[in-house]
Ligand binder design. Structure first.
Ligand code: UDP
Ligand code: MG
Length: 321
């Protein structure tokens, strides 16, 4: 059995050597063959030099550097496409997902699960706003988008069986949350819990803007509910408008016309606001449709590194997927 570990890394030069040592120790205990694919998401520091150094020492390690910063979900997608294992584990580079949880994931996998989520029971050293945003996001996913089985506290550390990795290759979507997609895919899913550690070095690469994009992606990829709500609201407002117009006409005919432009202004502003909001929602779906229709490659590989390449074969050519 070969287990692939996929790690996206963005400015993680300090963390990777420590993760390597801990991963190696855990893997030795597991008695599995393993490989480690590190996808450098176009870091600004010397992450890739560190990756190359680890790859030079250990033939099980391969490094891929993306040509531009594409976000961790895209980096993970690239890593999963390269995975050769009978199973693949996705794990962050910052040691927030401790490698020591791996044996539990593998135990569930050996017991027959095809997707094993490591669900964070507790998160150490996170800001209150981060926790609140995560809560809100998973609430939305479970109750609005309808992913009842998604872990309430979230999971970004998981193991996939080969069959799931192969199935995943068939999806060509770009604007998508990987976690939501894998949840949606089905298969036999199981969970284990762990305590998400505080980040060892560096800063989180997830800005509020990126999180918002992911949240909107997660909703628009799986539900048309926002558009449905727009239609219903538009219908209700139209019915209200017609009734009110009837009332105005009848009042004008039967004696006293209704005075006042301020009520008119209020109606115009309210309706204008609702319409703009609705156009925005439509726009969110529309630009995603356009973006998917362009069919651009999801990621571009700048350079790859592995012991095999260093030992002679020419490496470092660029390719796309
Ligand atoms: N990451 C990435 N590209 C990015 C941002 C982050 O590949 O643009 C990697 C990062 O190096 C880490 C993982 O994705 O291994 C999780 O990111 P991070 O720790 O920043 O997120 P958080 O733990 O705050 O959710
Ligand atoms: Mg992190």
């Amino acid at each position: 059995m070969l287990l692939t570990v996929v790690t996206p890394a963005y400015n993680e030069a300090e963390n990777l050597p420590i993760l390597y040592e801990r991963l190696r120790a855990v893997m030795q205990g597991l008695g599995l063959d393993w490989e480690w694919i590190i996808v450098d998401d176009h870091s600004a520091d010397d992450t890739f030099a560190v990756v190359a150094e680890i790859a030079r020492r250990d033939p099980r390690v391969r490094g891929i550097r993306l040509a531009r910063n594409s976000g961790s979900h895209t980096a993970v997608t690239c890593g999963l496409h390269q995975a050769r294992g009978d199973g693949a584990v996705v794990m962050a580079a910052d040691l927030q997902d401790p490698p020591e949880t791996l044996p539990e994931l593998v135990a569930q996998w050996r017991a027959g699960a095809q997707v094993v989520w490591a669900v964070r029971a507790r998160r150490e050293g996170e800001k209150l706003s981060t926790l609140a945003f995560a809560r809100l996001f998973y609430l939305l996913m479970r109750h609005v988008v309808g992913f009842r089985d998604m872990a309430a506290s979230g999971a970004d550390f998981f193991l996939l069986d080969r069959r799931v990795v192969d199935a995943f290759r068939q999806f060509r979507e770009r604007n998508i949350s990987l976690i939501a997609l894998i949840t949606w895919m089905g298969f036999r899913q199981a969970t284990v819990t762990y305590t998400k550690q505080a980040r060892l070095h560096g800063r989180s690469g997830w800005s509020l803007g990126k999180k918002l994009k992911l949240a909107v992606d997660s909703v628009t990829s799986f539900t048309y509910l926002p558009i449905r709500i727009m239609s219903c609201l538009g219908f209700a407002v139209a019915v209200g408008g017609f009734l009110y117009a009837g009332y105005v006409i009848i009042s004008a005919l039967t004696s006293r016309p209704l005075p006042g432009w301020s009520s008119l202004m209020a109606a115009v502003l309210v309706l204008g606001g609702i319409q703009m909001l609705m156009l925005g929602v439509l726009g969110e779906y529309l630009w995603r449709a356009l973006d998917e229709a362009r069919g651009r490659p999801r990621y571009l590989i700048e350079v790859t590194v592995s012991r095999a390449e260093l030992d002679g074969e020419q490496g470092g050519d660029s390719s796309t997927s």
